[in-house]
Ligand binder design. Structure first.
Ligand SMILES: [Cu+2]
Length: 270
């Protein structure tokens, strides 16, 4: 058996991994950042990029070496060696990826946990998702209602209680980084602290039907004073229909909690 040129291969992995990391880190993957979650999430992405680059380099170097070193000579029509596996190698290449995946999972968990810590003065907003539109209820301001346009104050934590009216939708403002599904019969929320005044776009990120791509809403982040003035100007209140659906969901959730099961979840009768 030929001895592998381990040192050279390790060097090749380091060089290749470093080049790929540097190239990939040049891209602005997520665009502008406009919430306090953006920093930690972008760092998490960078760490993942660097790790993946080195793993990709290991694969490329091993593959490249094998291709060159053990290439069949011209005219060689013989079979390869009857190799049946290598227990030690298989244990190693299972344990190392498991450690990497668990470490990344732990890191992601910690980042998300930190982002989702709620403030006591957070503003609650209901985000109603339905095929194919977003509407918003402001329970702390007389349950005012806005269609297709969301307003929130800057530098204050906002908790969006997602209310799916029909099928699964997903709440995503790329500049805020956080994305979460709105699931009928399930209570989910998005915790975000916008830290930059501006106009953004809320995008439905879950294929929800024929009009999915049009399911967008304008997001306006403004000063608390501008926000207060805007809410005051709104005249419509959240329609009964949406409220009834809410109550139904609350009852359903309570029932589920009592029975301890998830029977009937996902089915919302209207
Ligand atoms: Cu949708």
């Amino acid at each position: 058996m030929t001895r592998l040129p381990i040192l050279k291969m390790v060097l090749a992995v380091i060089v290749l991994g470093a080049i790929q990391s540097v190239v990939l880190l040049q891209f602005d993957w997520f665009g502008d950042a406009a919430s306090t979650a953006a920093g930690p999430i972008d760092t998490l992405m960078d760490v993942t990029i660097v790790l993946s680059s080195f793993i990709f380099a290991i694969v490329c170097v091993a593959l490249g070496y094998a291709l060159i070193k053990w290439r069949a000579k011209p005219g060689d029509e013989g079979d390869g060696l009857p190799i049946h596996g290598n227990t030690r190698l298989e244990i190693v290449w299972t344990i190392i990826p498991v450690i990497i995946v668990l470490a990344l999972a732990g890191y992601s968990w910690a980042v998300l946990d930190d982002i989702e810590k709620t403030d006591s003065n957070a503003l609650h907003v209901n985000a109603y998702a339905q095929q194919f539109a977003w509407t918003f209820g402001y329970p702390e301001d007389g349950n005012k209602w806005s269609e297709g346009e969301l307003h929130v104050p800057v530098d204050r934590q906002v908790i969006f209680d997602l209310q799916a009216q029909d099928v699964i939708h997903s709440f995503w403002v790329p500049e805020w980084r956080i994305k979460k599904d709105a699931v009928p019969g399930l209570k989910t929320d998005v915790v975000v602290t916008p830290d930059k005044v501006g106009t953004y776009q809320l995008i439905c990120a879950e294929l929800c039907g024929i009009g999915h791509t049009t399911m967008r809403a304008k997001v306006v982040v403004e000063s608390q004073a501008d926000y207060d003035a805007w809410v005051k100007k709104q005249t419509t209140k959240v329609p009964e229909l949406l409220l009834t659906t809410d109550q139904f969901k609350q009852e359903q959730l309570k029932k589920e909690e009592q029975s301890g099961g998830i029977e009937g979840s996902g089915v919302v009768e209207q």
